[in-house]
Design a protein around this ligand. Structure first.
Ligand code: COA
Length: 259
């Protein structure tokens, strides 16, 4: 169905593998276009409760935007390229269903940005992160300056952005860029077990947590506390909140239906 992606739906989890291993899964136009399509599929397919994004092969998650497509671009072309990616990365970030990045190797440039657009990141011990665009006389264009600063703070973000240096998985963990580090062979099973746990929660509550956390990160303001308050209130109109609270009080497991 896709030329540059592999997909596998199991236990309501869609695993999306970017599949250009000979080019370290670099994001060319086709990958970006197909990522847009698969993200739409995550939104619209009721069988999918959450998604894992990863890269093919043992070496790379994604080694960046495809530099071979940068030739002869002008200012307007560059901005248009950034916009195409940003629209899709925003869709991932704002998806009501959780996306985990399973970072299985190099996550550089657009790869680090793609991982940061996911709701959180699990890294294999051989993962390496960086924004090497300065090495190309460029800056990140898929939201990297913003999301890196949000995730790890201004000082560390600026160092990574302007040095172009990579950090290893343990440093990424210390900085808060990733949530945990596991052995390469355990990466996908770890992500699946995290999502199995989340998939058993009330989908509307999960979606509201994502929405409110995104507001806090993207638009810090006291107003976001009101939004959280309203979203909290809204939950009480749902069957799942009634089911979840009753099940706790009745000492049984809740059965959530998504309404
Ligand atoms: N765009 C296009 N092609 C890329 C790529 C990218 N971002 N990253 C890697 N590739 C290609 C290489 O050109 C090479 O292709 P070839 O075999 O046809 O020559 C292949 O992937 C393997 O990469 P290679 O550089 O030989 O592997 P390595 O182990 O020596 O180095 C990296 C790995 C990740 C350090 C190196 O590939 C690299 O620096 N990539 C670019 C990272 C970057 O700047 N990303 C931001 C882009 S804005």
């Amino acid at each position: 169905m896709y030329q540059t992606l592999l997909t596998n739906l199991e236990n309501n989890i869609l695993t999306i593998t970017i599949n250009r291993p000979d080019k370290l899964n670099a994001l060319n136009k086709e990958v970006i276009r197909e990522l847009g399509e698969v993200v739409d599929e995550v939104y619209s397919n009721a069988q999918i409760k959450s998604a894992i994004l990863t890269g093919s092969g043992a070496k790379a998650f994604v080694a960046g935007a495809d530099i071979s497509e940068f030739k002869n671009l002008n200012k307007a072309d560059g901005a248009a390229l950034a916009k195409k990616g940003q629209v899709i990365f925003f869709k991932i970030e704002n998806c009501p269903k959780p996306f985990i990045a399973a970072v299985n190797g190099f996550a550089l440039g657009g790869g680090c940005e793609l991982a940061m657009a996911c709701h959180f990141r699990i890294a294999s011990s051989n993962a390496k992160f960086g924004q090497p665009e300065v090495n190309l006389g460029l800056i990140p264009g898929y939201g990297g300056t913003q999301r890196l600063t949000q995730l790890i703070g201004k000082g560390r973000a600026i160092e990574i952005l302007i040095s172009g240096n990579m950090i290893d998985a343990e440093t990424a963990l210390k900085y808060g860029l990733v949530n945990s580090v596991v052995a390469p062979e355990e990466l996908l099973s770890k992500c699946n077990s995290i999502l199995d746990n989340i998939n058993a929660k009330a989908p509307l509550a999960v979606a509201e947590c994502i929405r409110c956390a995104n507001l806090a990160a993207n638009n810090p303001s006291l107003k976001n506390f009101e939004t959280e308050m309203e979203a909290f209130g809204k939950c009480f109109d749902t069957e799942d909140t009634k089911e979840g609270t009753s099940a706790f009080l009745e000492k049984r497991k809740p059965v959530f239906k998504g309404n």
